[in-house]
Design a protein around this ligand. Structure first.
Ligand SMILES: CC(C)(COP(=O)(O)OP(=O)(O)OC[C@H]1O[C@@H](n2cnc3c(N)ncnc32)[C@H](O)[C@@H]1OP(=O)(O)O)[C@@H](O)C(=O)NCCC(=O)NCCS
Length: 357
């Protein structure tokens, strides 16, 4: 006799061209509900919830990635979801996975069934390296699993950590989630701009046409610039068209991007970047990419860029209270800037990898 299956698993295919509330996106709306419920349960806060309108342009195919969604149903109710993200970069062997099961449905094999489905999909796509980034609860008193980078750890008994270890994944890196409290004056008072080789340019929303090419160079550099331990990394090549596509998606998501760039005056080239993404309501803003090209580090450009963007954030969103950022625990230069500005650690994320030959 066949063993009884814990759930029914099948694809969910969102329609990026239809409205978020269209019948075609009914299952995707359900999937977003599961995503938000699991995140709120893990972190103990619901302010990071995302709307269907925000996630539809983000979790559907773009110039750099393809997205496969699957759902797990029990008696007609969606109780879990899986997501597989496939980088389009030529020669990429990686796929990124997410598995979420509603807390009240755990321990019945649903997570294992969803992960197996994602691994089969990845194998069919020729991707033998599977990666997972996941938030873990904090439990300072519990036994910890140390990051092989030597920086950071996650509770060994966290359900996500146990699940991944049991399924053959290795913890490769720990990311620190830090919060900047905009209600506090903090350290973001920017001194007057010095008269040196660098000019800062700030804007709200779409990238001015004259910067699209150079911004694509910075975004490409960013794709391999952050410390990644022993994780398998493939460069993501950006073009000016990709920058415009990203800007158009931001508008569809109802989120505003605040950008500050550093121009190296003697050459007229862009050498530094920082971006903050702001929602339309009072949920947290997110610090996105920050990069100073290697030849221009050591001049205090990182903190100068970030201070300037904090000022832009206060001006553009005076009621915003919280800014969040994610950094590798071993990324000392970036953490030093953030700590100097007044960011405080609030949670951790694990980056896991499984290689199948
Ligand atoms: C991790 C997560 C996906 C697991 O989902 P799940 O449905 O509980 O997973 P399973 O039921 O397959 O496995 C969980 C446990 O139940 C056990 N189990 C599986 N089938 C079972 C069954 N039929 N009866 C009893 N126990 C069972 C498993 O052996 C496993 O034990 P463990 O905790 O000692 O490892 C879920 O906890 C979750 O959504 N966490 C938040 C997000 C996350 O961490 N995702 C993982 C990384 S993407």
């Amino acid at each position: 006799m066949e063993p009884s299956r814990p759930c029914e698993i099948r694809p969910i295919v969102p329609d990026a061209d239809a409205a978020a509330d269209a019948p075609a996106n009914a299952e995707f709306r359900d999937l977003v509900r599961v995503r938000n419920a699991v995140e709120a349960h893990t972190l103990g806060i619901s302010s990071l919830s995302q709307t269907v309108e925000e996630l539809l342009p983000r979790l559907t195919d773009d110039p750099h990635r393809r997205y496969h969604h699957v759902g797990a149903w029990v008696e007609g109710e969606l109780v879990g979801r899986g997501l597989l993200i496939l980088p389009r970069a030529e020669g990429s062997v990686t796929a990124r996975g997410v598995v979420d099961v509603l807390p009240e449905r755990r321990g019945a094999g649903i997570g294992t069934a969803l992960l197996a489905e994602l691994e089969d999909l990845a194998a069919a796509e020729g991707r033998h390296v599977l990666q997972v980034d996941v938030a873990h609860g904090t439990d300072p008193g519990a036994e910890q699993l140390a990051s092989p980078t030597g920086f950071g750890h996650v509770p060994a008994d966290d359900p996500g950590a146990r699940f991944l270890v049991r399924n053959g994944y290795r913890l490769e890196q720990v990311l620190r989630v830090s919060r900047y409290d905009l209600g506090n004056p903090g350290q973001d008072e920017a001194p007057p701009e010095p008269d040196d080789d660098f000019a800062l340019h700030a804007w709200v929303g779409a990238t001015p046409p004259q910067w699209c090419d150079d911004l694509a160079v910075l975004k490409t550099a960013m794709s391999t610039a952050t410390p990644s331990g022993d994780l398998t990394v493939t460069e993501t090549v950006w073009t000016a068209d990709d920058v415009r596509d990203r800007d158009a998606r931001q508008v569809r998501r109802g989120r505003t991007l605040l950008t500050v760039l550093a121009e190296h005056r003697p050459t007229g080239r862009l050498v530094g970047l920082t971006e903050i993404e702001v929602p339309a309501d009072d949920r947290p803003a997110f610090q996105e990419d920050t990069l100073v090209l290697p030849g221009h580090r050591g001049h205090g450009l990182g903190i100068r860029l970030k201070r300037r963007n904090l000022r832009e954030l206060r001006r553009h969103a005076p009621d915003a209270t919280t800014l969040l950022t994610f950094n590798a625990e071993e990324n000392r230069p970036m953490l030093a800037v953030n700590e100097a500005l007044g960011y405080r650690a609030i949670a951790h994320e694990g980056s896991w990898e499984k290689r199948r030959e």
